[in-house]
Design a protein around this ligand. Structure first.
Ligand code: G6P
Length: 362
């Protein structure tokens, strides 16, 4: 039974561990043998006509959308905006001539997203809901649906739905890009990269004991923490921070690495944990500079770097993968840090206080 905890104490760890399988399923179900996406032609045609894509979501799904922006812009060449559904509903963004809306929602029930979708329908804007729940409200009311196929996600803190959203957006972006003859899409070896993602996630979860030790040593006694990164690493920093704070109650902020010095660095004290993510080749050295800035002010820095960018002394070195898919790997240690920080503080990992799995009020 996919929804049973089995031998796991908490669903959250079970769902983290399921991610290699989710990557393999998505690859099998949405890519053919030659590695070309298998996506409903109506969706590809409708999106190929768009002059701008707008992604709307909430919470972790919003963070997946931030990664989606890079995927869609790089692989399709279509400018893409990402917004909080809760904001867009009542302050509708200025529209291009031929917009297309993408709703990311694990549950397919988030009320904030539904407000935007209703307005889109009123205006005749075509839309797609990417969701984990077949027949959910947002999937029924949008023009098109794609399923995440991540299996039921029970823990309130979302993990496998996030990685599924990143992977499925990559598949969709490649499908549209190929249709538009975009060379980036053509050259993107997605099948191979998703295989690397599955193997890489497996390698990270197999090393979870080391991550537990980091959580115990640096996080559980701390009141606050920071995640920093640039480019796509910034998007993952936001998600890593949300994951840690929501389940461990350690106040955590995600930052664009260079922005810290414009104010927030004043919060860094002796021993403040700063987790730095390095998978963006363009800005890796600059982020190293920002690490120096916080380390010299006493921060305890945990550096998580892709192998090809790693330096001696980095705390965790992750397997190599295409930069566009790097969140599939970098997010996993952040999920595990959050899990162990919560569990080792004796908290109810799966049901943090004040939170609900899906929020059906605005
Ligand atoms: C709630 C959940 C979050 C989730 C967000 C969006 O706040 O606690 O984990 O990311 O809703 O949910 P959705 O189902 O739309 O992805």
């Amino acid at each position: 039974n996919a929804a049973s905890k089995g031998t796991y104490e908490f669903y959250m760890l079970k769902e983290i561990d399921e991610q290699p399988g989710v990557m393999r399923h998505l690859s099998q179900d949405y890519l053919d043998d030659a590695g070309h996406p298998v996506v409903d032609k109506n969706i590809v045609d409708a999106m190929s006509k768009a002059d701008r894509l707008y992604i709307f979501a909430a919470g972790t799904s919003y963070h997946a959308g931030l990664v989606g922006k890079d995927l869609f812009e790089t692989l399709t060449g279509i400018p893409t905006e990402v917004g909080y559904a809760s904001e867009a509903g009542y302050h509708f963004p200025m529209m291009s001539k031929n917009p297309f809306f993408i709703f990311l929602s694990q549950s397919g029930e988030t009320a904030d997203s539904r407000v935007v979708l209703k307005e889109a329908n009123k205006r005749g804007i075509p839309s797609l809901t990417m969701t984990n729940v077949e027949g959910s409200t947002l999937s029924r009311e949008a023009s098109y649906t794609m399923l995440l196929k991540a299996g039921p996600e029970i823990a309130v803190a979302s993990t496998k739905a996030y990685t599924a959203q990143v992977a499925l957006q990559a598949i969709l972006a490649k499908a549209i890009g190929e249709n538009l003859a975009n060379p980036n899409a053509k050259n993107f070896a997605l099948k191979e990269e998703l295989a690397l993602a599955a193997e890489g996630i497996q390698q990270i979860v197999d090393g979870k004991e080391k991550i537990k030790k980091l959580a115990d040593e640096y996080l559980i006694h701390s009141r606050n923490a920071f995640y920093i990164g640039r480019g796509i690493d910034h998007a993952v920093a936001l998600e890593g921070a949300l994951k840690l704070k929501e389940v461990s109650y350690i106040q955590t902020e995600g930052f664009a690495a260079a922005e810290l010095k414009h104010g927030t660095i004043s919060l860094i004290e002796e021993g403040t944990p700063v987790i730095a993510l390095i998978s963006d080749p363009i800005t890796a050295d600059l982020t190293r500079g920002n690490i120096q800035e916080v380390a010299s002010r006493g921060a305890s820095v945990i550096t998580i770097a892709a192998k090809k960018l790693a330096k001696y002394g980095d705390t965790l070195v992750l397997p190599n993968i295409d930069y566009l898919l790097s969140p599939l790997l970098t997010v996993v240690p952040t999920q595990l840090l959050a899990y162990y920080a919560s569990k080792d503080k004796g908290l109810d990992v799966d049901k943090p206080r004040n939170l609900a799995k899906s929020v059906t009020v605005e």
